[in-house]
Design a protein. Structure first.
Length: 256
């Protein structure tokens, strides 16, 4: 397990080619290296793909809820009065991820292999341990924050209700869910509808930090799956995309 004394050994610049920031479609992003992988240290907030094609934006609940499996890439954002949340809390459906064009050239949406590497390096033996509630808990988000992975929140209390919020936009009714203190990120992998649970057949793998009284306040990063027309955040990782579908002895309990 990495304690904070090894931060300087992890956050180096070789995988990032000695770069600390990158500009993509007019937005600057901090970079951080963890386990030889160069990550965006901020959530993606582009409204165009790498080819300059605009990703259609939806703000109305009914329009988002009406999205079908053939409607393609879409983006949306969580708005909060008095803040530029449209930039900080931009989210995408998984069909935007599926295009392979969401991140800059030479980058890809973080896949399960990337997340597994991050979890193993930062959280050590605690990675992929099932909690008593049968949810896949992989580590405390404070450790990621201290490594600079939450770069966009460094000037705020990362665990405050206002800053650490946004949740996800559900495709059931187009409303924002868990918007007072939860975060969700897509992976590049299709969930493949494992098992007989029919409501997971059109879903993809994701990671989440959920605020819930029974889980503790913003405590754990965990693995789950969700409907492809939900709106989640995205992180980019440098290099070609080599997906790795996770094989677990138990399916994630939480599904959104």
């Amino acid at each position: 397990m990495c304690d904070f004394s090894c931060v300087s050994a992890i956050v180096v610049s070789e995988a990032c080619n000695n770069e600390t920031t990158i500009n993509y479609n007019g937005q600057d992003y901090d970079l951080v290296e963890i386990d030889g992988r160069c990550w965006f240290a901020e959530d993606l907030r582009t409204t165009q793909d790498r080819n300059g094609t605009t990703i259609p934006e939806i703000t109305e609940e009914g329009t988002w809820a009406a999205l079908g499996t053939n409607d393609g890439a879409r983006t949306t954002y969580f708005a909060n009065s008095g803040n530029s949340i449209s930039e900080v809390y931009r989210s995408y459906n998984w069909y935007a991820v599926e295009t392979g064009l969401l991140c800059p050239t030479g980058w890809h949406v973080a896949n399960n292999k990337d997340w597994n590497s991050l979890e193993s390096t930062v959280f050590g033996a605690r990675g992929q341990n099932l909690s008593s509630a049968n949810r896949l808990v992989v580590g405390n988000t404070q450790e990621l924050h201290d490594l600079g992975w939450f770069s966009q929140y460094v000037n705020d209390n990362v665990f405050s209700d206002i800053v650490f919020s946004g949740g996800l936009r559900t495709n059931v009714d187009g409303k924002w869910k868990d918007d007072e203190g939860s975060m969700y990120w897509w992976t590049a992998e299709d969930y493949n509808g494992r098992g007989s649970n029919g409501n997971r057949k059109n879903s993809a793998w994701a990671r989440g930090v959920k605020k819930d009284a029974s889980w503790g306040r913003f405590k754990d990063l965990w693995s789950t799956s969700g409907s492809k027309n939900n709106a989640l955040r995205v992180r980019c990782v440098k290099g070609d995309n080599t997906p790795e579908n996770i094989v677990l002895n138990q399916e994630p309990v939480f599904f959104f």
